[in-house]
Design a protein around this ligand. Structure first.
Ligand SMILES: O=C(O)C1=C[C@@H](OP(=O)(O)O)[C@@H](O)[C@H](O)C1
Ligand SMILES: C=C(OP(=O)(O)O)C(=O)O
Length: 441
């Protein structure tokens, strides 16, 4: 006899911080840099090597996809060392995007260079993430994109995964208008492949708002590092000149957005958390974390590449526009729920198209624990209330899990559903978290 009840999903009990922290946390490579450098290395004119690359679900999906498109990618003496040998972009293949925005938005323009069709699909949740602006831009540039079940003559463009890009061995290129108000990745994806388009690309953003500008600046910086000429002198317009992409060796910075929940722990538990390898100059939006933590009651120093954040356990509310670093919002929402005054997170309407609708998910889960969190048109208003333990849902979103772990440092009985979802960008999250607490005084 079969039972109609399904077994409850396994949960992970977030550990309480028993004492002020005194920890040094080595954070693996940046997802955003790793996946940009992999794409550029695969499109380059000579082999190159990445050192300090992230190895996680998102990075490994990118590696598998680029291999399917014809690149050779071999591990060196450490999994974070990747030797990339470019090859002609080959079609007749399928790409699994998982839930990775960087894979689903960066690779269709690469697939357009292929010599045959490339079918894209991903997780069920990935089928809800906006795709239309990238696909419409490819069509404007002369590439056919269609529903994989439908005809390639169909006039209707898919708005979501799955879809097929009909590579035909080259992209004429030219000018496109793109509404990137739902994701900066639409711009980054087109710019990354654009030097390989016959006439290059001039891309104009036409939406009302543009999120994650640092990530677009990261795209421009990584392109320039491999010899591509990019004109970004006009607001909202990027022009990429056609030309070769240089194969080179590159070192990946630690992921500063993944460092955020660890550093924020110093404010929740008191004590000090240090992250080595902190870059003095970076395009990562995580660069804004130290100042934001300071506004909420912490102090920080940066010496010899080590960022140290110290807290007292006292957290102040914050009113902050996070449109430049929306991926930081789950960390700051958790801090806000533990603060001594209300907070407002603004400028992040586009989080509704992230791994899950993050505004709804954060509001729902903070409320589940007894807190008060309301969605606004473009963010969240969080009013601290005494919290209690419960099962926190993560919706396949790595940052929902890390944000819940932060709450669990102070709130007994926070049970995180599917903590393994952190493997999207941080496969050893629980080990790192316990390690941080294990060094507590
Ligand atoms: O280009 C990138 O590497 C990213 C851009 C941002 O996307 P959105 O602009 O969609 O927020 C960010 O949130 C995401 O985590 C990574
Ligand atoms: C939005 C995120 O990821 P993705 O690259 O899948 O868009 C994120 O990591 O917070």
């Amino acid at each position: 006899m079969t039972s109609s009840t399904t077994a409850p999903a396994p949960t992970w009990e977030a550990p309480l911080a028993g004492a002020p922290l005194d920890a040094t946390v080595e954070v693996p490579g940046s997802k955003s840099l790793t996946n940009r450098l992999l794409v550029l290395a695969a499109l380059a004119d000579a082999p190159g090597t990445l050192r300090g690359a992230l190895r996680s679900r998102d990075a490994d999906l990118m590696i598998d996809a680029l291999r399917a498109l014809g690149a050779g990618i071999e591990e060196g003496d450490h999994p974070s060392t990747l030797h990339v040998t470019p090859g002609p972009v080959t079609g007749g293949t399928e790409i699994d995007t998982g839930l990775a925005g960087t894979v689903m938005r960066f690779l269709p323009p690469v697939a357009a260079l292929a010599d045959g069709p490339v079918r894209f699909d991903g997780d069920a949740a990935a089928r809800l993430r906006p795709m239309l602006p990238v696909l419409a831009a490819l069509r404007t540039l002369g590439i056919t994109v269609h529903d994989p079940e439908g005809s390639s003559d169909s006039a209707e463009l898919p708005s979501y995964l799955p879809f097929t890009v009909e590579g035909r061995g080259g992209v004429p290129g030219g000018s496109v208008d793109v509404d990137a108000s739902e994701s900066s990745q639409f711009v980054s994806g087109l710019l990354l492949a654009a030097a390989r388009f016959e006439r290059g690309l001039t891309l104009r953003h036409i939406g009302a708002t543009l999120p994650s500008l640092p990530h677009i600046e990261m795209t421009v910086a990584t392109l320039r590092d491999v010899g591509v000429v990019v004109d970004d002198s006009r607001d909202g317009i990027w022009a990429v000149r056609p030309g070769p992409i240089t194969g080179r060796d590159a070192r990946v910075e630690p992921d500063l957005s993944n460092a955020a929940p660890f550093l924020a722990s110093a404010l929740v538990a008191g004590g000090t958390v240090r992250v080595p390898g902190w870059p003095t100059l970076t395009t990562q939006p995580g660069a804004m974390v130290p100042e934001l933590l300071e506004r909420m009651g912490g102090t920080f120093t940066l010496a010899d590449g080590v960022l140290s954040v110290t807290g007292t356990g006292e957290i102040h509310g914050i009113d902050v526009d996070l449109h430049a670093g929306g991926e930081l919002a789950p960390t700051f929402a958790a801090l806000a729920a533990l603060a001594d005054s209300p907070s407002r997170l603004r400028g992040i309407a586009h989080l509704r198209g992230h791994e899950t609708d993050r505004l709804a998910a954060l509001a729902r889960e903070i409320t589940r624990l007894g807190g008060q969190a309301e969605e606004t048109r473009d963010g969240l208003v969080i009013t601290p209330r005494p919290l209690h333990g419960d099962v926190v849902r993560t919706y396949g979103d790595h940052r929902m899990a890390t944000s819940a772990a932060l709450l669990g440092l102070r709130v007994p009985g926070v049970l995180i559903e599917d903590v393994a979802t952190t493997a999207k960008t941080l496969p050893d999250f629980t080990g790192m978290w316990l390690g941080m607490l294990g060094t507590a005084a």
